[in-house]
Design a protein around this ligand. Structure first.
Ligand SMILES: Nc1ncnc2c1ncn2[C@@H]1O[C@H](COP(=O)(O)OP(=O)(O)OP(=O)(O)O)[C@@H](O)[C@H]1O
Length: 235
């Protein structure tokens, strides 16, 4: 397997709380890996630990075969990992255009092409280019958060619950955007919306109480009602 990101026996604490006990997974290049699990299982903490926003206490995180565990978040981002956090992380008192400009690392032709592509995909961003980020709707904020991560040439995108709180029609739009991004970028997706996760994902890992406890192909999970019921509470 051509692995782009590899976590081995990752442990992490938030203050005195032991949140991640043993997270181990492999992200193959060019595929969408979905992290599933109940509320509070540790999915967001896993992404934050990869980005260096949470300390890695034990274990290893390798990106392109290089150890990146506990590097500063901006160093990790500069290695080619984009992050769309659950709370979207946009600047409410900057306009859409300014939010994009702050995110852009390199002002070159390639970036302009990517910007044009994402603005075509999300015309609302073009329409509200001069509107303050804080005044956008939930769906528009999500589009802006995805656009900010996509505009740079990242090899890997970590996307945390992009469908959260969005109307079904917007979920479809966001899903379509991720499906298109998947053509060029490797993706790790945290997603509770099983329809979206199974529609986009190639394979999955289930996280339970800070441990990766099961993994396989998405097709296999779709047909395993008992597994879905046991660990995800759906069937
Ligand atoms: N700042 C914090 N202080 C203490 N505990 C925290 C903090 N942040 C998260 N936790 C705990 O860590 C555990 C994992 O949280 P995390 O957000 O990673 O879960 P999750 O799988 O992403 O859940 P969800 O699907 O609800 O977003 C939870 O039990 C949560 O209460």
């Amino acid at each position: 397997m051509n692995s782009l990101l590899k976590l081995e026996n990752v442990e992490s604490f938030i203050q005195q709380y032991h949140i991640l006990h043993d997270i181990t997974f492999d992200v193959p290049k060019g595929e969408v890996t979905v992290l599933l699990g109940r509320n509070g299982a540790g999915k967001t903490t896993t992404l934050r630990t990869i980005m260096g926003l949470n300390p890695l206490s034990k274990g290893s995180i390798k990106f392109n075969h290089e150890e990146v565990g506990n590097l500063r978040p901006y160093v990790i981002a500069n290695k080619g990992i984009g992050y769309v956090p659950e709370d979207q992380g946009i600047f409410g008192d900057l306009t859409v255009g300014e939010n994009m400009r702050v995110a852009i690392k390199k002002e070159d032709e390639e970036t302009q092409k990517r910007l044009n592509w994402i603005l075509d995909l999300f015309p609302d961003l073009k329409k509200f280019w001069n509107k303050l980020g804080g005044t956008l709707s939930g769906g528009q904020k999500q589009m802006l958060a995805i656009a900010r991560a996509y505009v740079n040439e990242n090899e890997l995108l970590l996307i945390d619950e992009p469908s959260k709180g969005l109307a079904p029609i917007i979920v479809e739009k966001v899903m379509e955007s991720i499906q298109q991004m998947k053509e060029t970028t490797t993706i790790v997706l945290v997603e509770q919306n099983f329809l979206m996760a199974s529609g986009i994902g190639d394979h999955f890992y289930i996280i339970d109480d800070g441990r990766t406890i099961h993994h396989g192909d998405m097709e296999e999970l779709k047909s395993d009602k008992a597994l879905m019921q046991k660990y995800l509470g759906i069937a």
